[in-house]
Design a protein around this ligand. Structure first.
Ligand code: PHE
Length: 338
């Protein structure tokens, strides 16, 4: 019995030292120590021995069994640790490699200026409204006091879709759309894209405006001056000189164009201000009674002002660009500067 036990133990340990995976170790463990294992089989033979021999042999078998168990478990643990170390080594990250940089997108200068303008006017309690870019003749012209035969229609070279449908040439139709639906008091701005058949260094066929208007009892031209002065000082700085020049729009009377002192040359005259020292920024005026009649407001009860701001012009001045077309060439090297 003890010779067989010794042989079994040395066989088991020999096989164990050759095992190279945890699975192999577990298989060996079952083969020797499992319920149908070889060591277990020896234990079952104890019944046929005399009581004395049985005690001795039993102890010897259990000692071997315990030491084999320990050897199997140790080997399994060692294999597991080795596997983990190998995996860690393989999955090691080289933290000295430079990272791949992500280039964040940024807002187009036109969008930046629009948002800045919206912020200034919402600080004055203006709401934001929008209207369609494909617009009816009625809203773009007719209800703004520009009947079909009106000579002022030539001021704006229009893209027509059909006789009655066009690409809006300004954001002023939003005035009509809002007033049609709502009653005064109104303080609204309407930013958006507009289209005209025009293209050179200061014109693109697509550009942006922010319309603004206020209608209530007792709104006056001095309210208009106050709001626009506050707006231009917020945008270009408190010290910017502003001038109101008389002008004409069919939907306002009196009408004005508003200039700021040239921010490029400071007023001494340059290419951007064409030597005049002033740059035109927006058109404005008091909304005409004729327009109110289209939206069924009583001009005896309500008065209002309106203005339209050209966004590209402002973006160019703020960022010192001299060709409007650069804004829309989508050259990232150019756009990333802002
Ligand atoms: N819609 C005019 C334009 O595009 C600007 C304007 C708006 C003038 C509102 C007066 C009042 O030229």
């Amino acid at each position: 019995m003890s010779a067989r036990l010794e042989k079994l133990a040395s066989e088991a340990l020999g096989e164990l030292s050759g095992a190279s995976s945890i699975d192999a170790v577990l298989q060996l463990k079952t083969r020797y120590l499992g319920r149908k294992g070889e060591v277990t089989a020896l234990l079952k033979e104890l019944g046929s021995l005399s009581p004395e021999e049985r005690k001795k042999a039993g102890e010897a078998i259990n000692t071997v069994k315990a030491s084999l168990e320990e050897a199997f478990d140790e080997k399994a643990a060692a294999l597991e640790a080795g596997g983990r170390a190998a995996r860690l080594q393989k999955e090691r990250i080289d933290i000295t490699l430079p990272g791949r940089s992500v280039r964040p997108g940024r807002m187009h200068p036109v969008t930046q200026v629009m948002e800045e303008i919206e912020e200034i006017f919402s600080g004055l309690g203006f709401d934001v409204a929008e209207g369609p870019e494909v617009e009816l003749d009625y809203y773009n012209f007719e209800a703004l006091n520009l009947p079909k035969d009106h000579p002022a229609r030539d001021m704006q070279d229009t893209f027509y879709v059909s006789d009655e449908v066009l690409l809006r040439t300004h954001t002023s139709p939003v005035q009509i759309r809002v007033m049609e639906k709502e009653r005064p008091p109104l303080r609204v701005i309407a930013p958006g894209t507009v289209y005209r058949r025009d293209s050179d260094i200061t014109h693109t066929p697509m550009f942006h405006q922010v319309e603004g208007f206020m209608v209530d009892k007792g709104v006056t031209f001095s309210n208009l001056k106050g709001v626009l002065t506050h707006f231009l000082h917020s945008l270009f700085g408190d010290k910017t000189d502003i001038r109101f020049r008389t002008s004409f729009f069919p939907f306002t009377e009196p009408s004005a164009e508003v200039d700021i002192r040239c921010v490029i040359c400071g007023g001494s005259g340059c290419r951007v201000c064409k030597g005049s020292g002033w740059i035109e920024i927006l058109g404005a005026g008091m909304i005409r009674p004729e327009v109110f009649k289209f939206v069924k407001y009583d001009p005896e009860e309500f008065t209002g002002f309106a203005f339209g701001i050209g966004i590209e012009r402002i973006a160019m001045l703020k960022y010192g660009m001299d060709d409007i077309r650069m804004l829309f060439e989508n050259d990232l090297r150019f756009l990333r500067q802002f």
